[in-house]
Design a protein around this ligand. Sequence first.
Ligand SMILES: C[S@@+](CC[C@H](N)C(=O)[O-])C[C@H]1O[C@@H](n2cnc3c(N)ncnc32)[C@H](O)[C@@H]1O
Ligand SMILES: [Zn+2]
Length: 164
Amino acid sequence: MPLLDGLQVVSSKIHGYGVITTRPYSQGEIVCYGDGVLYPGDAEFDDTYALILPEEDSGTGEVVFWDLVCQTRWFNHSCDPNTDVMAKWDHEANTVRAWWVAIRDIPVGEEITYDYAFIADVAEPCRCGAVTCRGLIVDDDPANLAKLPDHLRAQLRGPARVAS
Ligand SMILES: C[S@@+](CC[C@H](N)C(=O)[O-])C[C@H]1O[C@@H](n2cnc3c(N)ncnc32)[C@H](O)[C@@H]1O
Ligand SMILES: [Zn+2]
């Protein structure tokens, strides 16, 4: 597939590779559509770069992974993100469609981020640098936070720590 216009993969201040903008985006604008490859939920593969669709949202009635294969693969997480990811099942094409929408104006050179909201089982320390950083890449729903192992719960910050 061709490279996504307006985006550039760089070495990130947050983690590893990240993606910055080469043009400004306005709040509400679609930043890009992703491209991916489908895997069933029980597949043995490295899901680091995959979006997950729960069974109720997937056309197969089962959990599916959509392994990102374009620049979106390198989008990092932030607890104060500048985009939201939307993902839905396309019944005609029998696959996932996903796109990222700017949730505020994004200037040239800013890193594109979204909130991964990981379940507790796969939570990781967060280095997003936001004032409101939760300390972990994790969904801050109290029921999810309650499932964190003690060594990770100790790294929570701010309201997420109080809610856990
Ligand atoms: C889809 S990859 C993002 C690209 C990644 N930077 C790389 O170079 O491979 C997701 C992984 O990047 C890392 N990552 C993303 N955002 C992060 C953050 N805010 N803090 C720490 N690690 C992060 C985590 O290890 C996460 O599982
Ligand atoms: Zn953070």
